[in-house]
Design a protein around this ligand. Structure first.
Ligand code: PMP
Ligand code: GLU
Length: 386
């Protein structure tokens, strides 16, 4: 039986629930159900045309062969410029590794740092893939509680650090809550990481999606000590509506970047050659399409906050495109199930994000769908109140 041959490690891995709900919603829609899909987090905009053209040109120019496994040098140089301009961070191209999506960059980091049972701190509510990646890499997940602002409970963080703590995952702006850490909060976290010599894996994929004129701050930019302990992870999926293109990247100190480059050279070889040219165009060209997209997300977020029922408890998102919410006292699964069957709304249960009782909705869908979805959510909240 082939089933018995599957490794214990692989058996312990769940499929991504965000992608699973998305698939289910698509199947229901294909079967004629009027389901509004609020599950997956991917921009509903098309990839800007100049980026597509750069890719087509690369293919026509024959740029279709293996590349440097860390990514072509001009792309890594472009990423260095981006870090300098957006985050005030100085990196050299050798400190950058480009991979097949930020998900892949994150997994590469886990494989590169985890020895058996090394502890990785994951602050709840967290993105569904972090624990599974840590487990796959042989590490141990240590979850940190959240405070009333849905941010890291600092006292709890201090109490769970041990000699085996290797790293802390930080995600700001965050999936699933949309919280954005302030400079003061980041300073506190950096201080703890430095005092305890812990790596910070800073997932900044939503950095451009911040609202109310707020600005994302990279923890690595606070001082040199924390920069040396940080792995900054970013990508083009969310910023440029390029989820299917699969380009992510990281920046860190040279020894770790080299270890990750070695892992990648033995596993995926390189991120797709011509897509690297498209990513370069995305990063270097005029950023007007990004600003337009952010404006639209902000409009949607504002609509939701203004119109959502007072019987729904939620985390006010300052960034990303999610709303993390709770209605009544149901478990996350019950709530998501009821919303799907009674209101035809596809949402992701919050227990997979480490927050029982919550669900996540994505507002990366049309305003028309958002208006209808909020009206259904409100109707549901008022009905179960009675
Ligand atoms: N980090 C977070 C927090 C995310 O929500 C996502 C979305 N999939 C990723 C990383 C990975 O993005 P990608 O692999 O598409 O670059
Ligand atoms: N990050 C997105 C989400 O949370 C995309 C799906 C995934 O990769 O999990 O919905």
């Amino acid at each position: 039986m082939i089933e018995e041959k599957i490794s214990v490690r692989a058996r312990g891995i769940k499929p991504s629930s965000t992608l699973a709900v998305n698939k289910k919603a698509a199947e229901l829609a294909a079967a004629g159900e009027k389901v509004i899909n609020l599950s997956v987090g991917e921009p509903d905009f098309d990839t800007p045309d100049h980026i597509k053209q750069a890719c087509i040109k690369a293919i026509n120019d024959g740029f279709t062969k293996y590349t440097d496994s860390s990514g072509i040098k001009p792309l890594r140089q472009a990423i260095c410029e981006k870090f300098k301009m957006d985050n005030g961070l100085d990196y050299e191209p050798d400190q950058i590794v480009v991979s097949c999506g930020a998900k892949h960059s994150l997994f590469n980091v886990m494989i590169a740092i985890c020895d058996e049972d090394d502890e990785i701190i994951i602050p709840a509510p967290y993105w569904v893939s972090y624990p599974e990646m840590v487990k796959l890499a042989g590490g141990k997940c240590i979850f940190c509680r959240f405070n009333s602002d849905y941010k890291i409970d600092i006292e709890h963080l201090k109490s769970i650090i041990t000699k085996k703590t290797k790293a802390l995952i930080l995600n700001s702006p965050a999936n699933p809550t949309g919280i954005v850490y302030t400079k003061e909060e980041l300073e506190k976290i950096a201080e703890i990481a430095c005092e305890n010599n812990i790596i910070v894996i800073s997932d900044e994929v939503y950095e451009k999606l911040v609202y109310d004129g707020k600005k994302h701050i990279s923890i690595a930019s606070l001082n040199d000590e924390i920069k040396k302990l940080t792995v900054v992870v970013n990508g083009v999926s969310k910023t440029y509506a390029m989820t299917g293109w699969r380009i992510g990247y990281l920046a860190t100190e040279i020894p770790l970047a080299k270890a990750i480059a070695n892992i990648q050279s033995q596993t995926t070889s390189n991120p797709t050659s011509f897509v690297q040219k498209a990513a370069m165009e995305a990063i270097l060209a005029d950023q007007a399409p990004v600003r337009k997209m952010v404006e639209e997300f902000e409009k949607r977020r504002n609509y939701i906050i203004k119109n959502i029922s007072p019987f729904i408890r939620y985390c006010r998102p300052d960034g990303a495109f999610y709303l993390f919410l709770k209605i009544g006292q149901m478990t996350s699964t019950e709530l998501a199930q009821k919303l799907l069957t009674e209101e035809k709304l596809a949402t992701v249960p919050g227990d997979d994000f480490g927050a029982e009782g919550y669900i996540r909705i994505s507002f990366a869908c049309s305003m028309e769908n958002i208006k209808e979805a909020i009206s259904r959510l409100n109707r549901f909240a008022e009905r179960i109140r009675k």
